[in-house]
Ligand binder design. Sequence first.
Ligand SMILES: O=C(O)CCC(=O)C(=O)O
Ligand SMILES: [Fe+2]
Length: 294
Amino acid sequence: MCIILMRKVGSGANIDETLSHSSTTTSMKITGARVFVNVTPHICRNRSFVYNSNVDIYSSPALNWRDSFSCYLAPDTPKPEDFPALSCVLEMHISILLNPHERHTSVGEDITILMNLGTLLFELLSEALGLNPNHLKDMGCAEGLIALCHYYPSYPEPELTVGTTKHSDNDFLTMLLQDHIGGLQVLYEDKWIDITPVPGALLVNVGDLLQLITNDKFKSVVHRVIANQVGPRISVACFFSTGLKASSKLYGPMKELLSEDNPPKYRETSVADYVACFRAKRLDGTSALTHHMI
Ligand SMILES: O=C(O)CCC(=O)C(=O)O
Ligand SMILES: [Fe+2]
């Protein structure tokens, strides 16, 4: 099952409706719990794998109670010799099971499946915009894929901390796999709504860059993860963006969507500059999009 979360333009949107109407068949599971225990210097030396814990320790109003591990999956797919270490270190199998026999797929196969699924979603989103199905893909939205694997330990007094502070993602589209623990919330009409884990569901949310190029037609979702007395909780967020290579290509509101009544709301930016702006302000709860408004 694939659930698409996006803020609807205008009022009157019903989040339950959005959840129940946007499903397709795919099932998956996350196994494994002790994610970061075995992070080896070998893995951390590889520039495609980056471990971090509280990157904003001195600037954040609250520490994020989690460890994270990022890994570039495309376009520079990790080498097959890195796969065993990768699965072993994460002790996690992103098994997207496309057949009823729950066949375990390899990391390489998982990446292909994720890329294919992402491409399909970009085709559907292009059509929803009244454009050629290849439009968003041709713009490079599905060129790169970065996985961010989170490990949230349990915490005895969860109200004193937070798992991941309020933010929207700095990519085009995010596919999130979460285990059964829960804690993810989205901001909807000024209220935090629990995104209860649905077994076998992959959550998809619109990122800031898709909001920017669609001139607010699709809106990114503000979300956070609260800390939990139970745990650990594990999630894997896969971000579609233009990839590791800093490209000077500029992205702005798509000309096809603009009119006199719908003038551009944002100035053009490269993905690298957008991400730099996002990082500079950290996860402080404000949107990097506001820095790009005309
Ligand atoms: O752990 C989660 O459920 C969400 C993580 C997240 O929002 C992110 O990595 O951007
Ligand atoms: Fe996020």
